[in-house]
Design a protein around this ligand. Structure first.
Ligand SMILES: C[S@@+](CC[C@H](N)C(=O)[O-])C[C@H]1O[C@@H](n2cnc3c(N)ncnc32)[C@H](O)[C@@H]1O
Length: 230
């Protein structure tokens, strides 16, 4: 399959941080990469080849240190999981946990998730996309860096299979208002569920994430949206 043009994009939802990386994470990035890593390229991936089978597929954007991703992948061996993250220490952490859990149904891409979706993921191949606690970019002049925009919903919808779902969560009130506005403008999705809670909300079937725990400790509320592709 061939890649697709991405257009020029300069506004990104992240700033590359060097961060502290432990020797174990550093080692995992080289030793476990051949097993779990997929290099970014402009070629559309053949996911059946990547995973060596045909299965339902979930893509998690910005998985942080991968705790939620590894947990779900070990709970659901019948589903294939693709994690996309740019933060190297987090990716190293995720690879170590993936190996400890003996996962065969997880692959990781170290690149901007927008470009991965644009160029590497085929049309209508995903059953679900998850975006848990994207960077809130609180300053008004940075709102354009927020991941959730109309263009993002259009892109996500095109990569989801019919009736595929997009699950978003945030602990940042102003971002929640922004997400509500963007969803209201979208013709690609139907809002199946929206809830605000103080943690421990189980009907949306997800584990509490590392950033969510931090938000809850600060007394933040949590917002979840489950969107279904039209
Ligand atoms: C606030 S953290 C949340 C991490 C995790 N989902 C959690 O809830 O614990 C946001 C993460 O998204 C990642 N991120 C931001 N923009 C990204 C992008 N365009 N592509 C891939 N990862 C991105 C950051 O590196 C960061 O690890």
């Amino acid at each position: 399959m061939t890649g697709r043009p991405s257009g020029r994009r300069t506004i990104r939802s992240f700033v590359r941080r060097t961060g502290r990386i432990t020797p174990a994470q550093h080692r995992a990035l080289s030793e476990l990469w051949p097993q779990y890593g997929i290099a970014f390229s402009a070629q559309t991936l053949n996911l059946d080849e990547v995973f060596g089978r045909s299965a339902e597929r979930v893509l998690e954007i910005g998985f942080g240190n991968g705790e939620t991703l590894v947990h779900e992948a070990s709970e659901k061996p019948e589903i294939d999981f693709l994690g996309v993250e740019v933060h190297e220490p987090g990716i190293g952490h995720c690879l170590i946990d993936a190996q400890d859990a003996g996962l065969k149904n997880l692959r990781v891409i170290k690149h901007d998730a927008i470009e991965v979706l644009q160029q590497q993921v085929g049309d209508a191949v995903l059953a679900r996309i998850t975006l848990f606690f994207p960077d809130p970019w609180p300053k008004k002049r940075h709102h354009k860096r927020r991941m959730v925009q109309i263009s993002f919903l259009k892109l996500a919808a095109s990569r989801l299979s019919p009736a595929g779902t997009l699950h978003i969560a945030t602990d940042w009130e102003n971002y929640a208002e922004h997400i509500d506005e963007v969803i209201a403008q979208s013709s690609e999705f139907t809002l199946a569920e929206r809830c605000m809670h103080k943690g421990g909300f189980e009907s949306l079937e997800r584990q509490t994430t590392r950033f969510e725990k931090r938000g809850l400790r600060k007394g933040h509320s949590i917002w979840d949206w489950m969107l279904i592709r039209n």
